[in-house]
Design a protein around this ligand. Structure first.
Ligand SMILES: Nc1nc2c(c(=O)[nH]1)N[C@H]1C(S)=C(S)[C@@H](COP(=O)(O)O)O[C@H]1N2
Ligand SMILES: [Mo]
Length: 259
């Protein structure tokens, strides 16, 4: 044992081949062991970090940095690819059920818009249908990993803003939307909301939206993952602070979810 120990600290040229092998073997195992220990301690340390929206803070910090970068280069500038009508699927998948409860009374629905001064504006579906209609066939992408070319139509959010005199409201940084029962809600950065392909959508495949796809009015926002395309919009609010966002708050998904 003492022999082995003394070998470890001797210069290579003082050792014979056997001793040299012993020395090298020891040190490589020692380094390997240290790496394992530090990896384990690092992992332990990470576990002890506080969580932000269910995501460990160090990860959240990296995500926040990524968000900054990607929100600058994505979303609000480029156009999503549009497809010919013939490529749209006949029966688009139904994916989200929050806020889609049966107790919804469509006859009582109107879109509630909370103005800057606190007043509420109620807008009927007919009023929205009077705005120029934009058909959009695009590849709808869900963050969970599926995508589908589908056909939607509605009024551009930007046309809605100007038609209803909401310019002051659109000077805020964000718009928040929630279902009539508040079960689902999203926050959208204003440049993406005002993007020319962002629709207040009331038709799918040339027909009124099916109930489970957000009748009477949903958001279609091709520059974002599907999570942001809230179905059955009840209320719309504007703010400079980030409005609550179901998936960003519950699961720590990227707030912008830009594409
Ligand atoms: N009200 C409401 N809107 C929602 C959801 C939801 O659960 N409730 N899910 C979102 C998600 S994750 C996706 S991918 C799309 C799915 O839209 P679809 O059901 O028309 O496929 O809706 C989004 N909008
Ligand atoms: Mo999704």
């Amino acid at each position: 044992m003492a022999g082995t120990l003394s070998v470890l600290f001797k210069k290579n040229k003082q050792l014979n081949t056997d001793e040299l092998i012993r020395k090298k073997t020891f040190w490589s195992f020692f380094i390997f062991f240290c790496l394992i220990i530090s990896a384990f301690m690092g992992w332990k340390l990470l576990q002890q970090q506080p969580k932000v929206n269910g995501v460990l803070r160090p990860f959240k910090n990296v995500m926040a940095a990524n968000e900054q970068v990607f929100n600058k280069i994505l979303s609000d500038k480029h156009l999503a690819k549009e497809y010919p009508l013939s490529e749209a699927v006949p029966v688009p998948r139904v994916n989200g059920y929050l806020g889609m409860g049966n107790e919804f009374d469509a006859s009582q629905w109107s879109l509630i818009v909370v103005r800057k001064n606190g007043d509420t504006l109620r807008v009927s579906l007919d009023q929205i249908k009077k705005l120029p209609k934009k058909d959009l066939v695009f590849n709808f992408k869900c963050i969970e990993g599926w995508c589908q070319v589908s056909h939607w139509a509605g009024a551009r959010f930007s046309d809605f803003i100007s038609a209803f005199g909401l310019q002051d409201e659109s000077a805020f940084k964000y718009v928040g939307m929630s279902t009539p029962d508040q079960q689902y809600y999203v926050g959208i950065d204003m440049p993406s909301a005002l993007h020319p392909q962002t629709l207040l959508c009331y038709e799918m495949n040339g027909k009124p939206l099916p109930m489970n796809q957000g009748y009477p009015l949903r958001l279609i926002i091709p520059v974002k993952y599907g999570v942001k395309s809230i179905k059955r919009i009840g209320t719309m609010k504007f703010s400079d602070n980030r409005p609550p966002d179901y998936w960003a708050d519950k699961k720590g998904y990227d707030y912008f979810s830009g594409l």
